[in-house]
Design a protein around this ligand. Sequence first.
Ligand code: NAP
Ligand code: G4F
Length: 348
Amino acid sequence: MAQTAPRLPVHPVTYSCRVPRALITGITGQDGLYLAELLTGKGYAVFGLVRGQSNPKVQLVESVVPGVELIEGDLTDLPSLISAMEIAQPDEVYNLGAISYVGLSWRQAELTGDVTGMGVLRMLEAIRIVTSNDMGRVRFYQASSSEMFGKVREVPQTEATAFHPRSPYGVAKTFGHYMTVNYRESYDAFACSGILFNHESPRRGVEFVTRKVSRGVARIALGLQDTITLGNLDARRDWGFAGDYVEAMWQMLQQPEPGDYVIATGETWSIRDLLDLAFSRIGIEDWSSYVEQDPRFMRLAEVDDLIGDAAKAKQTLGWKPTVNFTELVQMMVDADLESERLRRPPGA
Ligand code: NAP
Ligand code: G4F
């Protein structure tokens, strides 16, 4: 049932003597780590959902953000989400957990639908059940994606652009996005959907193209690898820095009203541009003999070109990116040079 009571101001007076509390799903991932650092730095008590009986990334989270409390749970398991809500008693929930690798989503389409799509509905249901339908008490962030635009209907893409997802991942994210909108409209949930374009960092998984390139280039420079094998070199993406993008997630939940926001740099670059910048960092201008192509890394249906218009975020949140693409690629290559050097066997 929709509620009509006026919304409380941000961090209301009744909460002023209490530390704000946040629950993050996907805390072991790239964005989860940056967001946990951001929120602990702001004085939040941070709780993170961790799946599996012996998740190897627990140590990583504990070393990067030592004060975080980890709770066992899985987005495919509603009782564990209810339990996590009861333990954390959060003011804010950030739903970042997902099968997030688009390439895998064709090979494990059902799992992707279950985690990336249905997982959103389960998290919303856990909030509804624990708050006894008073969903406005908990602010919810859904990690939506520019993959929902897919075969783009207009350039650049805004909050009003129609969706045409091209992968099981994109379809699952579109379901999660509309569920978030629907719970806002049905239950007066303070539910926001951040439509984030690609964002990268030295913490990016090695399966994604930017990190695959930065790590490959570093290993080539150190004589540990001869070539990098890639798929489509002509695809174009709007790439930003993950540290900037988690700031936008937090800002969305501090607004007087919930809403949906595109977060993007407004620039588009190809995989070839990425290769130019990454190889030039190690002094190689012609990378053609270091790069191979393999159909295994081609998409069954490609998203050819993404470019976002973040004007609403700029105007409403005051958000803008602080790291440009050249700086981002340099940051990633430099970080991989450092970590691969440490991993290099003695004498190599
Ligand atoms: P990521 O590094 O791949 O992290 C994904 C997280 O989801 C991991 O913590 C993973 O846990 C967790 N997870 C997977 N299956 C789960 C399950 N069944 N239950 C609970 N958690 C589960 O992704 P990211 O780059 O940080 O992205 C964060 C979110 O933003 C994702 O939802 C992604 O789809 C979305 N997004 C990302 C981008 C981007 O460019 N990075 C852009 C738009 C949207 P394990 O460590 O245990 O596997
Ligand atoms: O790095 P990617 O795998 O990222 P993709 O598919 O754009 O998805 C990422 O960004 C989305 C936001 O738009 C997120 F929602 C999603 O969770 C994820 O974080 O691929 C980027 C492009 C694609 O066009 C792909 O075909 O790079 C192309 N590519 C070329 N060779 C490759 C490769 N991608 C990967 N992963 N590996 C390659 O060898």
